[in-house]
Design a protein around this ligand. Structure first.
Ligand SMILES: Nc1ncnc2c1ncn2[C@@H]1O[C@H](COP(=O)(O)OP(=O)(O)OP(=O)(O)O)[C@@H](O)[C@H]1O
Ligand SMILES: CC(C)(CO)[C@@H](O)C(=O)NCCC(=O)O
Length: 514
């Protein structure tokens, strides 16, 4: 008698990405293996019961199974289904993870990010917690008996090395280590190829009435969905991973080694959060973003018009509008008492803008250097951080004269964990020696921004700058201000608009000490 409704009580597979501040866990709940020949069901019936219907799910993510059916060969691994003997060994873990949305004191499950995968035969769930609570997280798993039958776990980031012994000693779980950049790129390729609704950008709320009209940055708040990777034209693209520090990676193609970390910046999310901890009373990242949203950075930053006055002829010659920042924190340099008239909210905003502007500049130059129109910004600095996403969208559009687009991903912080898992499924395991070697090689290649520019690169940049200059001279100045959506992107990507500003569930507050 066919079993029409095999239960969706799955095997749980785990993967971690452990950075200096946060750790992301990705869980895959796989359905039980197909029934044996004695209780065979027809294929259609089986697949429809194995995979839950996403349209009823609370997730915003629809799984593009048609695409996967056609392109499954292009995924970075051949999906494994669990052996029959493996199931349902991890039921305890599954029930525990399923029943709770908070774990310990800083663990949070992000319901809105979960999605189904027909190819993987299960659902992906996402949890993060603060890395400093790693020992408590391991104890939680151990004391609840959750580690039974979990022998291996994909892992990437610095923590894959730092906490490896702790995991094996305390709970007997072996870390299958993967290189950080490779995991990131693998995760990005996976979500871009298989998830509908993953990629988006910000555009102005309205279209210019005439070419002289300037659309202000504040109006760049319309969240617009972007298409996934469909073909070779997508490459090369730039990935800017904004974590504690910032990595700039060029991805040349779908193959797993077709990327290079081209440069980095030490001014990243850690800089922002570190300076804010020093200069404000905020105790959580969520609080400081909230504070920044009410601040005014123009009390702190020196604007071009502060230097030039509002002299249209002079500004036209300079080719910079008066409203943009000339020097972050520059206004404080010439005040008798720098703290007069400013408070914590203005500081929080100015630090956020300084960090974001710097990243935007390097990202734009990197895109120019490698002649690409796509920059994907990821990493947890952007988490619930519409202010930076909007600034990046506006700046990249502005500096590139509407030829390069800033793109964002819904699973921005979990791409490394996802990639580490996928690579592990492929049977890869970077031994520490191999990781060291890879990182040495990439270290040699990826020096700081200035060093990375070889003579040829500089010549190219100068050539491009010259071309841009002559384009700008022939253009009306206003054409670089918030032009209506650029034809190149609209034609390339096809577009679907999401009417509201980036909608994310508000972060549940992070309780210190797990
Ligand atoms: N709850 C949070 N607590 C602390 N920082 C947070 C939080 N949420 C977001 N952030 C931001 O995310 C940054 C860390 O990002 P992410 O976790 O992607 O990097 P990482 O992996 O630690 O660093 P790197 O990529 O440089 O190794 C922090 O510096 C901060 O700006
Ligand atoms: C060190 C890493 C790669 C760790 O994720 C990251 O923090 C980073 O890219 N920092 C910038 C380092 C540099 O100057 O290239």
């Amino acid at each position: 008698m066919p079993n029409a409704n095999p239960p969706i009580v799955p095997t749980v597979l785990l993967s971690l990405a452990t950075g200096s501040l946060l750790t992301y866990i990705y869980l895959l709940y796989q359905s039980p293996p197909p029934p044996s020949s004695s209780d065979k069901v027809d294929d259609n019936q089986h697949s429809s019961t194995r995979v839950r219907n996403t349209s009823n799910s609370s997730s915003i993510h629809d799984y593009d199974s048609d695409y996967e059916k056609q392109h499954i060969g292009e995924l970075p691994f051949k999906p494994k289904t669990p052996g029959k003997s493996a199931w349902p060994w991890n039921k305890k873990f599954y029930d525990f993870a399923n029943e709770h949305s908070r774990f310990g004191k800083s663990g949070v499950k992000e319901e809105h990010l979960k999605f189904e995968s027909r190819g993987m035969g299960g659902s992906f769930h996402f949890i993060h917690f603060e890395t400093r609570h790693m020992p408590s997280a391991i104890d939680l798993i151990s004391s609840n008996g959750l580690s039974a039958n979990i022998k291996n776990m994909g892992c990437t980031g610095g923590g894959a090395h730092k906490y490896s012994e702790m995991w094996s000693d305390r709970v007997g779980i072996n870390m299958i280590k993967q290189a950080e950049m490779k995991s990131l790129v693998c995760g990005i390729e996976f979500v871009l190829k298989s998830l509908v609704g993953e990629c988006f950008t910000f555009k102005p709320e309205r279209i210019k009435k005439n070419s002289d009209e300037k659309i202000k940055e504040e109006e760049w708040s319309r969240k617009v969905q972007r298409d996934s990777i469909r073909d070779q034209n997508t490459y090369p693209y730039i990935v800017v991973s904004i974590g504690t520090g910032v990595s700039f990676i060029r991805v040349d193609g779908p193959g797993e080694n077709q990327f290079e970390r081209v440069t980095g910046s030490t001014i990243g999310g850690g800089t922002y959060w570190g300076l804010c901890r020093l200069l404000t009373d905020c105790e959580s990242f969520t609080d400081v973003l909230q504070l920044a949203s009410t601040g005014d950075s123009s009390k702190i930053d020196m604007l071009v018009k502060d230097i030039y006055g509002s002299n249209p002829a002079a500004l036209k010659k300079l080719k910079l509008p008066g409203e943009i920042v000339a020097s972050s924190f520059g206004k404080l340099a010439s005040k008798n008492n720098p703290s007069d008239g400013i408070d914590q909210k203005d500081l929080a905003r100015a630090i956020l803008m300084m960090t974001t502007n710097n990243i935007a500049h390097i990202a734009y130059l990197t895109a120019r250097l490698y002649k690409t129109s796509r920059i994907y910004f990821i990493g947890n600095f952007l988490r619930h951080n519409n202010i930076s996403c909007q600034r990046l969208s506006y700046s990249i559009n502005y500096w590139s004269n509407n030829t390069v687009e800033a793109l964002f991903l819904e699973h921005e912080g979990y791409l490394g964990a996802l990639g580490a898992f996928l690579l592990g499924q492929k049977g890869e395991d970077d031994s520490s020696r191999k990781v060291e070697k890879t990182e040495k090689t990439s270290r040699r290649r990826s020096q700081s921004a200035g060093e990375a520019l070889c003579k040829e690169d500089i010549e190219n940049l100068l050539k491009n700058a010259k071309n841009m200059k002559s384009n700008e001279e022939s253009d009306d100045e206003s054409s670089i201000e918030g032009e209506e959506d650029g034809p190149s992107f609209e034609e390339q990507n096809g577009r679907m608009e999401v009417p509201k500003v980036r909608q994310r569930r508000v972060t549940t507050s992070y309780i210190p000490n797990m």
